[in-house]
Design a protein around this ligand. Sequence first.
Ligand code: Q46
Ligand code: ZN
Length: 326
Amino acid sequence: MKCRKCGGTAVINMRQHKLALCADDYLAWLPEQVQRFIEKYEMFTRDDRVLVAVSGGKDSLGLWDILHRLGYQADGLYIGLGIDGGFGYSDQSRELSERFANEHGLKLHVVEVEQTYGATIPELAVISNRGHGKPCSVCGLNKRYIMNRVAHDGGYTVLATGHNLDDEAAVLMQNTLNWAGGYLVRQAPVLPASRPGLARKVKPLCRIYEREMAAYTITRGIEYIYDECPHAVGSTTLYNKELLNQLEEKRPGAKLQFYLSFLQAKEAGLFSAKASEPDLHACDRCGQPTTAPGECSFCRLWDKVRGVKNLPDRVPASLVAPALSA
Ligand code: Q46
Ligand code: ZN
């Protein structure tokens, strides 16, 4: 297969775009695409300070690399969840994130949940008895909270995550199967900061296929963790991704079409945001915006754990080391 731009040997063939490219042209093409979507969805500009949530995986490291190459001010945030899975999942992912930051001279904030708050995510799931034996619900709650806190404490205006098209299409499929109106209204490339204290959330890779990100990171020589989080095994999201891949196999571009048609339908007013924005106020304990009366769900979760584990009260004043905050 030949590169459509230069006639050299292609490293990737994207059937949905009818486009095959060689390594050099691909490494130039993908960031151009991402730049196009950043502008199209008005995600951020070069004046914004962007915080990229990095997990050590191909999507988040690839995103950080692309934003850096495009000239954005992008720092990283790694959240240590304390997940082992028999192969040191969290340790490995932290090491790869730190290596990438060091090699590129980039700033990485690290928040270890256990050191900061007193328990690992799997421990927290057992103690709190939430999530039916799966740590994903407490994990999601902690990640969202810590990302918001670091963005706020460090003065970042934008929080970028590495969700790719496959992630977005799989979630969209689940939300559609459930006709989960509230989630469908909020699923978007950009979630504006609804209140001071919340950063704008953006997904610059929402139109990039997972295999395109894998090809990018490999071609760029970025080392990333190949294994998924051990708790992702058997998840509905992975199952939906498989189904969508089968569809894509028969109809190249089907996944992209599914997602883009959804965005267009939203634009045309198919889903109304009438479902009223929930009222936010400051948590009594930590001050982060919350919809819950009194303390936010993060603080209530950790209160419970502190009681069981007899931990000292250790809500940190800031999650950003003073030397790192700008
Ligand atoms: S939620 Fe669940 Fe993920 Fe947390 S415990 Fe692992 S699979 S990392 S996106
Ligand atoms: Zn709180």
